[in-house]
Design a protein around this ligand. Structure first.
Ligand SMILES: [Zn+2]
Ligand SMILES: [Zn+2]
Length: 745
């Protein structure tokens, strides 16, 4: 039994994790963890949300939230997304937790007391117009390495270069666009230069590191290490634990890596675990999974911090950093709008399909490309066409032709060859997983499945079964052995579907609790198998694309739940009301032509749907800061009545959406709809795209024996695709139900 600590790079809590990061650093450690657990090793896998630093404050400003709110929001979103992907940490925490703050302060203080940290002055950017110092991401400019424009001052998203804001060509203040100037300020520095020799020694026996990781690290060492500033002039973050300097904050890269240790300690505090078994027993191995832009923090800076803090702590054994996974050739980047978020992808696809494709293009040695066409191709031809197909053929043939799993009779040469191949492939998969070559391991798995398909075709048990049932039984017995081997060795890669398969094989417990060696054990005979459902489904992207377009249209509408606090009659108009509306963070004035349809009292305290990103427009002299949505049919008008929390977005409409004009608004058609026979009915039949909520309701009500007819509101495009409006309480309904097809505006 080995003890293994797996550290996973801390995602910034400034946006949803994107699929590039999944291939880069979140999926590999989960596959590794699941494998080692089946090998009987004790694994501690830790990570969490990186909640401090400028990435969070910049986003908070853009979203009109406090840094704490932003940090909490994306921690929730990302924890859920990773969980939905099946990435299962021992503990996934966040840097605002007290244990982390305590450990981070202690490490800083200890290093300061031991003189590994010292104070000095340095020149940093200061904006004379804004009258403040500008920490890293508050300066933008052109990358000196690759020429990419408008990059942040700490790092280039395009080429991965680590920067200081002073390196930027044409630097600008992010707040005002003005030219910042350099000004002296006192800061704390990590005396990295003093660790040069010790780090050279540390790297000496790291021949098992990937070439690009070793080369990058040696490159830094060859250039000679320089001391690095580790404090920032900003409000958000962990205060520097030195008296008189609490106004300064610990720089986020110095602080976040400490999370590996603090989370292990937190795990000890919360369970009966003992973190020192992982950190102080020299036999425990530490693996850190991250993307290439994080290499020096984990191969140089973190080891130096550990050496300086406590010599008994284990240093990284391996840092299997990946290269970049790009999207259609471009680097994922929130700032340039090239982003496909993990929550979005998981809303549309099964997690195992996502895990499968991403593993096939995992950027283990070079940059790779995620493309939707290839995603569809690989899922349909490989996951469904090869692996899923083989498993399904064997299970359904067994179910329809054998009352129970048959014994193997006399083996022919072909049979023994296949049994040998099972053992060989399982060994190879094991070797690849051990060596962090996940992509190659999956190739061995699909090769075994291809062998299975070929064997099944060649032996043609559907012919054998009539002529010689015993011989057909042998074929089935061996085919089931292949299925079982695929199930056990596939479990780290495809955790949900392989667990489902384990049940189809009528095995006890979960496949994830099995010993790895179970992969080559013969199957139990005499077991009755249930009729199987296919494990995987084909993907049709053309359908998805229409949905995506429609979603994007809806994304552009900033639609929010508001609550009317006060209604007044418009002094200069007969039909207009002037309403004060509580939007959560703010109050707004909306002018609405509802006087003929609603009494003032009916409207007060009512929740309404507000289009919040319309440019303000004057209506008879009073400025309306948005629009409340209502449906109209003949002479009846009914307000949309969301039930979610005040201020919350309705259906994926994001903060930071651009202002749209009234003209733009006409591109969309909002209509009341009802569901009938699996279609959304407006005035004409439209295609049902997003009706999970309807579906759930329908099932619920069918069970109760009720007739299903519900009116909601949908966004409809010119091809009659519909997207229902929803908030956290479900489909947005009307105050009073109007017939389907009623226009909403
Ligand atoms: Zn400025
Ligand atoms: Zn660059």
């Amino acid at each position: 039994m080995k003890r293994i600590l797996i550290g996973v790079a801390w995602p910034y809590a400034n946006g949803p994790i994107h699929i590039g990061q999944v291939g880069g650093c979140y999926l590999p450690p989960d596959i590794f963890r699941r494998y080692h657990k089946m090998k009987g090793n004790e694994v501690l896998m830790v990570s969490g949300s990186d909640q401090h630093g400028t990435p969070v404050t910049v986003t908070a400003e853009e979203e009109g939230l406090t840094p704490k709110e932003t940090a909490e929001k994306y921690h929730q979103i990302n924890s859920k997304a990773l969980k939905d992907l099946g990435v299962d940490f021992t503990l996934f925490t966040y840097t605002m937790n007290d244990t982390h703050k305590r450990v981070a302060r202690d490490i800083f203080k200890t290093l300061y007391e031991k003189d590994h940290i010292y104070m000095d002055t340095m020149e940093t950017f200061y904006c004379p117009h804004c009258e403040k110092f500008l920490p890293d991401r508050y300066v933008i400019g052109t990358c000196p390495e690759c020429g990419q424009e408008e990059i942040d001052g700490d790092q280039c998203d395009e080429c991965g270069a680590l920067l200081d804001p002073e390196d930027l060509i044409e630097p600008e203040c992010k707040h005002c666009g003005g030219r910042p100037e350099l000004k002296e300020s006192e800061h704390f520095f990590l005396r990295l230069s003093a660790f040069q020799e010790k780090l050279e020694e540390y790297v000496e026996d790291k021949d098992h590191w990937k070439n690009h990781v070793l080369n990058f690290t040696k490159g830094w060492l060859d250039e000679g290490l320089e001391d690095r500033p580790i404090s920032r002039d900003m409000e958000w973050g962990i205060p520097v634990p030195v008296e008189g300097y609490e106004e300064k904050k610990i720089y986020v890269w110095f602080e976040a890596v400490i999370g590996y240790l603090s989370t292990s300690i937190k795990w000890s505090e919360e369970t009966d675990g003992d973190w020192t078994k992982f950190w102080k027993d020299p036999d425990a191995e530490h693996y850190y999974f991250l993307a290439k832009d994080n290499i020096p923090f984990h191969t140089i800076i973190w080891p130096a911090m550990l050496m300086g803090y406590d010599e008994d702590l284990n240093l990284p054994y391996d840092v299997p950093a990946n290269q970049y996974m790009r999207l259609g050739g471009e680097q994922f980047s929130t700032s340039r709008g090239i982003i496909v978020s993990l929550p979005d992808v998981l809303r549309d696809f099964d997690s195992d399909a996502v895990r499968y494709y991403i593993t096939t293009i995992m950027p283990e040695t070079k940059d790779t490309n995620f493309t939707w066409d290839e995603f569809q191709e690989k899922i349909n031809s490989e996951l469904v066409g090869n692996l899923g197909n083989f498993i399904h053929r064997v299970l359904s043939f067994t179910h329809s032709n054998f009352d129970e799993t048959p014994e193997a009779g006399e083996l022919e040469e072909r049979d023994t060859e296949v049994i040998e191949e099972i053992e060989k492939r399982v060994e190879a998969i094991s070797e690849k997983l051990e060596g962090r070559k996940f992509n190659k391991g999956l190739k061995e798995l699909t090769a075994l499945s291809r062998t299975g398909n070929k064997y099944f075709n060649d032996k043609a048990p559907w012919e054998e079964v009539d002529e010689d049932k015993e011989s057909a039984g042998t074929t089935i017995n061996i085919s089931l052995r292949i299925v079982k081997a695929l199930c056990v060795t596939g479990a780290p890669y495809l955790p949900d579907s392989m667990d489902e398969l384990w049940v189809y094989l009528e095995q006890e417990g979960s496949v994830h609790e099995q010993d790895w060696k179970e992969a080559i054990e013969p199957i139990e005979t005499g077991i009755e198998l249930d009729e199987p459902e296919p494990l995987y489904e084909k993907i049709d992207l053309s359908e998805m694309r229409e949905e995506t377009d429609l979603r994007n249209s809806l994304e552009r509408l900033d639609l929010r739940v508001g609550e009317i606090s006060k209604v007044q009659e418009h002094p200069n108009a007969d039909k207009l009301y002037i309403c004060r509306v509580d939007m959560g963070e703010e109050e707004r004035t909306l002018v609405a032509g509802l006087k003929p349809y609603y009494d003032k009292e009916q409207m007060e305290d009512k929740k309404i749907a507000v289009v919040a990103n319309l440019e303000p427009a004057k209506l008879r002299g009073i400025e309306s800061e948005g629009m409340m949505l209502a449906a109209q049919s003949d002479d009846k008008v009914s307000l949309l009545e969301p039930r979610g929390n005040v201020g919350e977005n309705i259906k994926g409409t994001g903060p930071g959406a651009e202002m749209i004009s009234f003209d733009d608004f006409e591109e969309y058609e909002l209509k009341t709809v009802k569901k009938e026979d699996g279609k959304i009915i407006a005035d004409d039949v439209v295609n049902l795209i997003d009706a999970e909520t309807f579906k759930a309701k329908e099932e619920e009500e069918e069970e109760e024996g009720k007739e299903v007819e519900r009116v909601g509101v949908a966004l409809i495009d010119d091809e009659d695709n519909a997207l229902l409006l929803k908030d956290s309480e479900g489909v947005v309904r009307l105050d009073e139900e109007l017939p389907p097809g009623s226009e909403v505006m």
